[in-house]
Design a protein around this ligand. Structure first.
Ligand code: ADP
Ligand code: ASP
Ligand code: MG
Length: 461
């Protein structure tokens, strides 16, 4: 039988500087008997900076774009210098230098044309993970771990939907087997960049912001891994964003369904698509803290134990726009919803929450620059209004299915808050509503206090 393996994905803060990368090296070393495959995000904030470089170059400001690119060069060289001995650094320096020359070439090309396409955006953004995976491979090797970098663009095959490309699983899986299996069998540690892939024709793509988690899951499912570990900067999935509510508690175990709802509605700790490939193969996913590796983290499993608490967690997603579509003439008209959804489809705008009445439909979308064009399009069939600076708050828990009166309990706590939309999800495990963005901290803190003051020790730490 082929050797089993585990996937270890390290997020941006876990590879953010030389100290963090050294911690990663020792975490990987501890797992060597389990045959780790390492997936790395770009160093913290690097993807943001690359996207800024791409934008500035697209505006034709070559000088600023190149200055920003040089800052990135410095940061990577400095980190490499701290991590590697002189001999290794000299070798690595020229490898990294070639990447930066290519990046600068690309930046010059974009500034000369003065136009940024999604395709060239991806080409620029991909450097974060190209560089971090090289850096991490060199650091592992410098510490005596036999690591081999595998270019994700040789394995992760995607469609051509640049900046949000979708993986083509069949082709990806066969490439993963072809390239990674031999390394695992030789006892080597493959290291790949997350977030990036390539089309069938070999053009670089990215799979959406925060997508390295998804990469880890694609790779894990493709290789039939025993588990997928998502290493980040918090102790696991918490009852709410610890930045918003420092009293948040760690959730010891959560179901795939609950984790997917939370991720989708704003729990940034996990990319929303991550659990899908893992669910299909029933591969457990763990969220772990690279600054506190002895903490057991959160296990995401097919089924979570029944909890005495109403909810597992509260998520909030800001920068939401509500679109209200009112069409009295269309009262009960057949095909009205179809026309609406087709308009969203034409503008490629995904919808989060929907609520309908006979004459109107309200929908929420992530705020973005395509909304005015969509509204103009929709105004041909109905009256359209839209309003930004909204937020979705989502309470998740398997208990919602069974316990009556939960909604009354939640909204009873929020009698002074203007609730714009309510939806109790089709999955029956989420209660979702929309409020003004600036009320998020107070609403989340109040709900957290009400529903998470006493915790079931089986499920929460
Ligand atoms: P990485 O760079 O490792 O991918 P992210 O920044 O994408 O890390 O995700 C980790 C962050 O997610 C945490 O620092 C935390 O602020 C945020 N977060 C939001 N909601 C939650 C939650 N429910 N549990 C844990 N972290 C959360
Ligand atoms: N580096 C990418 C981003 O910042 C992917 C990731 O970190 O998951 O979006
Ligand atoms: Mg992330």
């Amino acid at each position: 039988m082929a050797n089993s393996c585990i996937i270890m994905k390290f997020g941006g803060t876990s590879v953010g500087d030389a100290k963090a990368i050294e911690r990663v090296v020792s975490i990987v070393r501890d797992r060597l008997p389990q045959n780790p495959v390492v997936v790395a995000s770009a160093m913290a904030r690097v993807t943001d900076q690359l996207l800024k470089i791409a934008r500035v170059a697209g505006d034709g400001d070559r000088k600023t774009a190149l200055t920003l690119a040089r800052e990135l060069r410095e940061r990577h060289y400095n980190t490499a210098g701290e991590l590697l001995g002189t001999a290794l650094f000299t070798e690595f320096h020229s490898d990294l230098g070639t990447e930066f020359e290519e990046l600068e070439e690309l930046v010059r090309g974009i500034s000369a044309v003065g136009e940024l396409t999604p395709r060239s955006t991806d080409a620029v953004a991909s450097y974060g993970e190209i560089l971090s995976s090289k850096l991490l491979t060199a650091a592992l090797s410098a510490h005596g771990i036999e690591a081999t970098r595998v270019d994700s663009r040789d394995c992760i095959v995607t469609d051509e939907n640049f900046t949000r490309a979708a993986p083509l699983f069949e082709e990806t899986n066969s490439k993963l087997h072809e390239l990674l299996r031999p390394l695992i069998e030789q006892g080597r540690v493959p290291v790949m960049g997350g977030f990036i892939g390539a089309t069938r024709a070999g053009v670089t793509t990215t799979i959406g912001r925060g997508g390295s988690d998804f990469s880890a899951s694609i790779i894990g499912a493709g290789l039939n891994a025993d588990k997928i570990e998502i290493w980040t900067d918090v102790d696991g999935m918490m009852t709410t964003d610890p930045n918003l509510c420092p009293e948040a508690h760690r959730i010891k175990v959560i179901s795939f369904d609950e984790a997917a709802e939370l991720a989708y509605f704003g729990a940034k700790v996990l990319h929303p698509a991550t659990v899908l490939p893992a669910v299909e193969k029933n591969i457990p996913v763990y969220i772990l803290n690279s600054r506190n590796p002895s903490c057991e983290g959160t296990r995401i499993a097919a089924r979570a134990p029944h909890s005495k608490n109403f909810f597992k967690a509260i998520a909030a997603k800001k920068r939401i726009t509500i679109i209200d579509i009112v069409a009295p003439r269309m009262l009960l008209a057949h095909g009205f919803l179809k026309q609406i959804f087709e308009a969203f489809d034409r503008h490629r705008i995904p919808i989060d929450v929907v609520s309908t009445s006979e004459v109107s439909v309200s929908l929420t979308v992530d705020s973005n620059e395509s909304i005015p064009a969509l509204a103009a399009d929709l105004s041909q069939i109905a009256d359209v209004k839209y309003e930004g600076r909204k937020a979705i708050v989502c309470l998740v828990g398997e208990n919602l299915r069974e316990v009556p009166g939960i909604a009354a309990h939640v909204f009873g706590e929020l009698t002074d808050v203007k609730i714009r939309m309510i939806s109790q999800g089709a999955s029956e495990i989420n209660l979702t509503f929309v409020i003004d963005e600036e009320q998020v901290p107070s609403v989340v803190q109040r709900l957290h206090k009400t529903f998470f003051s006493e915790l079931d020790a089986e499920v929460f730490a």
